[in-house]
Design a binder for this molecule. Structure first.
Ligand code: LLP
Length: 421
């Protein structure tokens, strides 16, 4: 459930009219709802009540300081994949002891920064990286807590571009190497194994792949313990899907996910770490855009928007479905239209042959479910400036990232001497 509803024909985020925000900040912009973020975090955490569980929000889904600070207040930890995300999480008030560091290519300086901060654990992704972490920890005279991210070779049955748990994916330690990696950890002085980690993919709408992968990891943990490795926690990753439309696949509830995990873990006696991203932030954000023009071809009606694929990449990159609704409720017989952006790419399309109330230039439009992997994946392609992000709480709203100016964008470029003489 989210807090974007029509009230008297006007789309509102909580108690704030979306068109009021548009007047104040201009379009396009991202708009987040605090109540929705809080609700999603609570519903997810409640599914693990009574278990020793830490919910680490996957910062890659939405790294805005206001979003992170909102979740920090609720007790969230963070799953980070770069020094930038680590800095963002710490700055937003997420304590280091609740931060896990994942990612297939951590640099030595990133490892050092995380060690100095005192994070909860590194999720290691390769044997070479393990050696690097040990070397950096040795130079800092500390012992790094590590979990091995294992690749369980399970098909997540999601879009190929967001599937991570098959042997052919670049993620995790191959299943056949896992035992020798734990043995190596034991032999090294400046790392200690604290857990096992996995993440099989994103936007999963079926519990079975999770169940299969988690069961493999439970058996592995028991086996590792018999071999003398003190595994105290399991990091189960993220990936639980969200509803993107009323017609799309219905994902399991967090409650059902929690019950399945408790069943699979049984009496393992491990604390658990969970890394949801999309589930917390996805439906807590919309992208608000204005329709610029209508154009018809022999076969199509195009609604041309002022937002583009550089602002929200998901439809172009994953053929993702996002609901598109008018900010002022419309009546009138539905028409079929393609919603497109102005970028010079055929893939700059938000929706193809979508049934919609008839719209006209100047109308404001909301692209829904854009709170996760929206703003964070945006670029300045076609020299389009980064969008502002706005957050609502009750009847208040605030700009939580200002719109980049074109001057700021262009001032990043520097002319070499030979062109300025
Ligand atoms: N943990 C790890 C190690 C991950 O790699 C990810 C996501 C998550 C947690 C969070 O997954 P979530 O709960 O959000 O599904 N840009 C794509 C999604 C990429 C996900 C990458 N990893 C999209 O827009 O669908």
């Amino acid at each position: 459930m989210d807090h974007f509803q029509y009230i008297n024909g006007h789309l509102c985020a909580e108690d704030v009219r979306v068109d009021t925000v548009a007047k104040a900040v201009g379009t396009p912009f991202y708009l987040y709802s605090t109540a929705t973020l809080e609700r999603h975090f609570r519903v997810f955490s409640d599914a693990f009540k009574g278990s020793d569980a830490l919910v680490c929000f996957a910062v890659k889904a939405n790294s805005n300081q206001a979003v992170l600070a909102t979740l920090a207040k609720l007790g969230a930890g963070a799953d980070v994949v770069s020094q930038g995300e680590l800095m963002r999480a710490l700055k937003a008030g997420i304590p280091a002891h609740k931060i896990v560091f994942a990612g297939v290519g951590k640099t030595k300086s990133e490892i050092a920064a995380a060690l100095k901060a005192g994070i909860k654990q590194f999720n290691i992704e390769s044997e070479a990286e393990l050696e690097a972490i040990n070397a950096v920890a040795l130079s800092l005279k500390v012992c790094a807590p590590v979990s091995v991210r294992v690749n369980p070779d399970v098909d997540a049955k999601t879009h190929a571009k967001i599937s991570t748990g098959k042997a052919e994916n670049k993620f995790g330690i191959p299943w056949s190497r896992v035992h020798s990696v734990y043995d190596r950890i034991k032999a090294l002085k400046n790392v200690r194994a604290v857990g096992v980690d996995l993440h099989i993919g994103s936007q999963l709408t079926d519990l079975d792949p999770f169940k299969a992968a988690f069961a493999k990891v439970v058996a592995l943990t028991k086996d590792l313990r018999t071999k003398g490795h003190a595994i105290t926690h399991i990091d189960l990753g993220g990936g639980l899907g969200i509803p993107y439309s009323a017609e799309g696949a219905v994902p399991p509830t967090p409650g059902a996910y929690g019950t399945m995990i408790r069943d699979v873990l049984g009496d393992l006696n491990c604390s658990i770490i969970l890394e949801p991203g999309r589930l917390i932030a996805g439906n807590a954000g919309i992208l608000v855009t204005e329709m610029l023009y209508e154009k018809t071809s022999e076969t199509r009606r195009f609604y041309i928007l002022d937002a583009a694929m550089n602002d929200l990449l998901r439809p172009a990159m994953y053929e993702a479905h996002h609901e598109i609704i008018p900010v002022t409720e419309k009546t009138g017989e539905a028409v079929i239209a393609d919603f497109v952006g102005p970028i010079c790419e055929s893939s700059d399309v938000f929706a193809v042959k979508r049934s919609t109330p008839p719209l006209k230039p100047g109308d404001l439009i909301a692209i829904k479910s854009a709170g996760a992997y929206g703003a964070v994946m945006s670029s300045t392609y076609n020299s389009r400036a980064l969008l502002p992000e706005v957050m609502v709480s009750g009847d208040k709203f605030a700009v939580v990232r200002k719109r980049q100016s074109l001057e700021e964008l262009i001032s990043m470029d520097v002319l070499p001497d030979w062109l300025t003489d």
